[in-house]
Design a protein around this ligand. Sequence first.
Ligand code: ZN
Length: 381
Amino acid sequence: MALVVRNSRARNQGGTVDESDIHHPLLELRLTPDRGLGLFAKKIIKRGVRLLSETPLLVVVSKKGPVSYLDLRQELVKLSPAQLETLYDLQHNPKLLRPKLEAQIRDYAEFARKFVKDDAGMDHFVDCQIKVKAIFDTNATALRNKPGTAIFPLYSRANHSCTPNVYANYNPQLGSHTVHTIRDIHAGEEILTAYIDIAQASDEREENLAKRGVTCQCPACLPGDAFVTSERRRQRIFDFKRCSYAYEGDQVRASDVPAYIIPRNPIEALDRAHEIIKLLLQEGLLGMELAQAYRWASKYSLQSGMLEKAKAFAQKEAEVELYCLGKETGYMSEPSNAAGWTKQLEDMADKDKVKFKMCEKRMMKEAKRLDKKAEKKAKKR
Ligand SMILES: [Zn+2]
């Protein structure tokens, strides 16, 4: 897919859009009413379509904490004039032009003062550097599967939503950053990605987005009925996910989970996974967090002796993985990819299958008994 981004500085300043700027069969750049430029679908796009496969313009690996101006500068000097121009053409959020940053850059530039004859030249240099840092902070993407934060010529144009319609991922096998549609998209619809972990409550999302100068205006963030429903669901997803991590022994991601809600056995863990899947689907969160939930459900079904159910969930996981990441998932070690997990289930020895079948019958009986008990209890109330 040949992608060309031409100079758009005049467009950004003038507020009009020349749609011939990007040469892409499915996407175009348009001005949004409140978020500057965005990527839009030119036609109907089905789920699972690879919209972008880009190599980064630059990748910055911070030695400690967030990317500093000095981290960025080390990479900037490696860029060609054309690459610098592409970078400079990206938009920046004026909220990120912080006085502290200006002081830091001015301090750094002082050493160069002896090489610059006039103060006006120095001021221009400092202004450019401040803007470039703001451009970086506005557009940079933390890479999945690779250390570093990167800028992409086109993906960096995509705006944020807490209910995105694409999934972005760095694919080491391809050596590029891919973006796939995770549901069908209408002609004229904006391509929206997630800048942060979206399966968390609104105050956490707000805090994380503020670091990029973003105030989200999506239905899950704006006050109203949709917000209340969404908030309740996402809080439950967040809590149930932490329960699953706690059950898996991942203490870091399970921080502060009250012991009494941690699943005590595979049946309870499966129950949580079911709930996560239901809530994610209701919320329209269809990215790899859904694949993770299907994996949990598959794993706990297996541990509960329900092999066929485990296979059915594995198939669901594979579907999600395919539309989010594409076919090239060889870089994911087995069984961390869905194909590896499915194969593991398929390859189970016959004696294991018999064992699981027997266990499955026993578990079904137990589940029926518990259902009846719950029914009786409900009637008494
Ligand atoms: Zn939002």
